[in-house]
Ligand binder design. Structure first.
Ligand code: C2O
Length: 549
């Protein structure tokens, strides 16, 4: 089936929140953007037309893009951005995935307002491996800035300091009643008693992992990042930027107009300023059940964990398991061809001559890196175009280190030298290489959770722990039976995670922290997966309308 969507026109839209009106960038004049609904197996064709003065590109976050990397979207990685008055048609097939994902702009901080849900329904005549919901409701978390987010990040990059934070978190674009001048902008979910709802939770916020809870209601997790999980109940979820989680909400036999608050606020362990405000929405019951016994209630509020509740987070993330059923097996690589140990964290870079910088130490800039390399994007060509046309020289190198160049005690005393190296280096993988990656948080400038996202793949999270990863003892504890399969994973603050994937998708695949600030500071790298021998194992040729830089 070919699903042709109406064009995605990137255009200006006047939006007022918190009594501030801004002319934001939108898709089709909607904020959040339109829903992309398709079925597993569908081919999706979306023409994106740029009618604003910024360069744009759109990423279909979590879609595997098997052999269609040209449709993946990260600017300067798989394509040059779409310039003003130009268009580009994204064309890809959804293979082996069903559930919730998101699409978003993938250049600078345009994701702040350009994002929307991807809803992948099961194939015709196939059902969910859980109770059929009465209704399906997308719930997108985001951030609202009273000023232009592009100005915020460009000023931060120039001065080398930390940027201003957003002014509110939002639920489906609405900050809710806990902010000044905002109670009329409250998301309201009307439900009937005694029914099951499927909430499709999506964190599209730029820079914050968020806790989410609905007063007096337990949520059952059934899917994460478009992969089914073993169901488990929880009162509170943690959801990182780039992650999606489907939960079942069973409504109770309440009288009409009983109202409950739902709310979200950050989990944060890093240093510097952040916004610890809370966005809230309302769950309201309509229509009583006969013989309902509960009296009308006044608004109940949920209790969220403290801002820095790292042990709650570790316990919560450990609950995720693949469904691993006969129909949806967990194909965990049991043997490993290549192992990588990557440190992820913050650092510093030098201040340019004749400038004063506001970085963490005397006249430095904030930076971030993987194995001490702060990844630089090209600007005159995309990495994948350079690879495909055999013009890698001067654009990228292929010697990204498999281990840190200078090992140290990652969660103990930081090294004296916190400087990063700017470079554009890739890891090259032969087709069908079985890969294991350990991501180790460093305490340089403080321990902090980093949600790492890999393009083009889902990976199995086989282990996690606190402190320094121990290659002699930790692998014995890996779960190789039913680990959760995701595209975005939170590396624990002051700890590590290990994941495995089979490199069966040729192309150039970006991997980065999904906190946009950290991506901007260089916490990013890329994999180059070579073509396989078979005809369906090769990167397809670039489309004729691929944008030029
Ligand atoms: Cu959702 Cu490279 O990002």
């Amino acid at each position: 089936v070919i699903t042709l969507f109406p064009e995605f026109v990137v255009e200006y839209l006047n939006v007022t929140r918190l009594c501030h009106t801004r002319n934001i960038l939108s898709v089709n004049g909607k904020f959040p953007g339109p829903r992309l609904v398709a079925r597993e197996g569908d081919r999706v064709v979306v023409k994106v037309v740029n009618q604003v003065s910024n360069n744009v590109s759109i990423h279909w976050h979590g879609i595997r893009q098997i052999t269609t990397g040209w449709a993946d979207g990260p600017a300067y990685v798989t394509q040059c951005p779409i310039q003003t008055n130009q268009s580009y048609t994204y064309n890809f097939t959804i293979v082996g995935q069903r559930g919730t994902l998101l699409w978003h702009a993938h250049i600078s901080w345009l994701r702040a307002t350009i994002y929307g849900p991807i809803i992948i329904l099961p194939k015709h005549n196939e059902s969910f491996p859980f109770e059929k919901p009465h209704k399906e409701i997308p719930i997108l978390f985001g951030e609202w800035f009273n000023v232009d987010p592009e100005a915020v990040i460009s000023q931060a990059l120039q001065t080398g300091g930390g940027p201003n934070v957003s002014d509110a978190y939002t639920i489906n674009g609405l900050p809710g009643p806990l902010y000044n001048c905002s109670s009329k902008d409250t998301y309201t979910l009307k439900v009937k008693p005694g029914k099951t709802y499927l909430l499709r939770l999506i964190n599209a916020a730029l820079n914050e992992e968020l806790f989410f809870s609905i007063a007096n209601h337990t949520l059952t997790v059934v899917e994460a990042d478009a992969r089914y999980t073993k169901p488990f109940d929880t009162d509170t979820l943690l959801i990182a930027p780039g992650q999606t989680t489907n939960v079942l909400l069973k409504t109770k036999p309440y009288f009409p107009n009983a109202t409950f608050q739902m709310s979200a606020r950050p989990y944060f362990t890093g240093r510097g300023t952040f916004d610890n405000s809370t966005t809230a929405g309302t769950l309201i019951y309509k229509q009583p059940l006969k013989n309902s016994s509960v009296k009308n209630l006044t608004l109940l509020k949920p209790t969220l964990p403290p801002i820095n509740a790292t042990s709650f987070v570790a316990n919560f993330t450990a609950k995720f398991r693949s469904l691993a059923s006969a129909k949806f097996p967990a194909k965990v690589p049991q043997k490993v061809d290549r192992k990588f140990f990557f440190t992820v964290g913050l650092g510093t870079s030098p201040c340019p001559k004749n400038t004063t910088c506001q970085g963490p130490s005397n006249n430095t800039k904030f930076a971030a890196s993987v194995n001490n390399i702060s990844f630089a994007l090209p600007s005159s060509v995309s990495i994948m175009q350079a690879y495909y046309s055999g013009q890698a020289n001067g654009v990228f190198k292929t010697d990204f280190p498999a281990t840190p160049l200078n090992p140290f005690n990652y969660t103990g005393t930081p090294p004296n030298n916190t400087m990063v190296t700017n470079d554009t280096k890739l890891v090259v993988l032969k087709f069908n290489t079985s890969v294991e990656v350990v991501l180790q948080d460093t305490s340089i400038l403080g321990a902090e959770s980093h949600p790492l996202h890999l393009h083009g793949y889902d990976f199995f999270i086989v282990g996690q722990g606190f402190g320094n990863y121990d290659p002699n003892n930790d692998p014995a504890k890996f779960n190789l039976i039913d680990p959760v399969e995701r595209n975005t994973v939170g590396v624990p603050a002051g700890g590590w995670i290990a994941f495995r994937f089979l490199a069966d998708n040729p192309g150039v695949w970006f991997m980065h922290c999904h906190l946009d600030l950290h991506t901007s500071w260089g916490l990013r790298m890329a994999w180059l997966v070579l073509d396989g021998p078979g005809p369906k194992q090769k990167l397809q040729p670039p489309p004729s309308d691929l944008p030029k830089c």
